[in-house]
Design a protein around this ligand. Structure first.
Ligand code: HEC
Ligand code: HEC
Length: 286
């Protein structure tokens, strides 16, 4: 039950382009248990910083239809797990001029099991907020003498899927205070900025209208705890910032690129809106 009023204040252009309708599908009360034994928190109390706008936070899994939900309940049916397996192979493979593999310095993905839940994260030595991909690129280039990977490349998403599996079930807990705070504030501002001809902000869809239908899609809160996400639509793993790009493009706006300072800040902010949900990737979405 949503107890807070949903403010449906949309630009005139948005109203003519989209009609938000009451939901018809999806069992919002379903519970996600993976492989019959790993309980995933897909619904919990909103973190304190959201107390003015949301009472509870919900994983996108709750908004998908039964068939899509079921695919994520068993690793054999979850096509995203193939990426995690390839990620493991990549982890053991020698890359770059130093003749090193990730495994030469990191015991295994288990030794990195806190990463998925806590990134984006402030890196003191570099003096910047780093996403997982920025950190992996730092290891590739500065530790291994290898080429940097493009943002959201298949290789990067395989690494991310592997790190998500290592962290699966642990609560998302990104830090928003201390030195990361100003980046977080920038991300928050972007989240509430209306973009494009449709004059829609992330919040107009994912905060004011989640649970409603938009065209044929059941709108979720746009959480990122499930990333990387295997989308049935394009049959591959998808990254967080590429998803942001698609959403901004849908408002008919010029968009930022994955890896841009704007999307790094937005990723930190959106991740913090999911503090308390479980890491659930690789997830399955339509
Ligand atoms: C030559 C050693 C070396 C290699 C090879 C290496 N790393 Fe790292 N990695 C480091 C060091 C050093 C850190 C920083 C540790 C710290 O500050 O906590 C780090 C940090 C990380 C972190 C963040 C850990 C955290 O707790 O925040 C991740 C994720 C990571 N590496 C992934 C990888 C991956 C994936 C590869 C292979 C592509 C790789 N690393 C290869 C040395 C290495
Ligand atoms: C016009 C409405 C609209 C706007 C504006 C919008 N999105 Fe979305 N977004 C969608 C739809 C539709 C989906 C697919 C269904 C769902 O998961 O909500 C989606 C999906 C997502 C997802 C995937 C969620 C998951 O569980 O896989 C994320 C993350 C997301 N959006 C973030 C954002 C961010 C950040 C912004 C602002 C830059 C934004 N969206 C703006 C409509 C919108």
């Amino acid at each position: 039950m949503k107890t807070k009023m949903h403010r449906t204040v949309l630009g005139a252009a948005a109203l003519s382009a989209f009609a938000f309708a009451a939901p018809v599908l999806a069992d919002e009360d379903a519970e996600l248990i993976v492989n019959g034994d790993l309980s995933i928190v897909t619904k919990t109390a909103a973190p304190a910083h959201l107390s003015d706008s949301l009472d509870e936070i919900l994983s996108g899994w709750r908004f998908r239809n039964d068939d899509t939900q079921v695919m994520q309940m068993d690793d054999f049916d979850n096509p995203g797990m193939l990426g995690a397996d390839v990620g493991l192979d990549q982890f053991a493979a020698v890359m770059g001029s130093e003749g090193k593999s990730c495994a030469d310095c990191h015991d295994g993905p288990e030794s990195l099991s806190t990463v998925r839940a806590t990134y984006p994260k402030w890196n003191e030595a570099a003096g910047e907020v780093r996403t997982m991909q920025m950190q992996i690129n730092d290891c590739l280039t500065n530790q291994m003498g290898a080429e940097a990977e493009k943002y959201d490349s298949a290789k990067m998403l395989n690494f991310e899927a592997m790190l998500a599996v290592a962290a699966r079930g642990t609560p998302v807990n990104v830090a928003i205070d201390g030195p990361a705070q100003s980046v977080w504030e920038t991300g928050k501002e972007l989240y509430y900025t209306r973009f494009g001809q449709l004059e829609l902000s992330c919040a107009n869809c994912h905060e004011d209208n989640y649970g409603n239908m938009i065209r044929a899609d059941h709108l979720s809160q746009g959480q990122v705890n499930g990333f990387p996400t295997y989308r049935l639509k394009n049959a591959k793993l998808n990254g967080i910032q590429s998803r942001f790009k698609g959403c901004v493009r849908d408002t008919r706006a010029e968009t930022f690129n994955p890896g841009s300072p704007e999307f790094i800040a937005l990723e930190l902010y959106v991740a913090s809106r999911g503090n308390g949900l479980s890491v659930e990737g690789p997830s399955v979405r339509n």
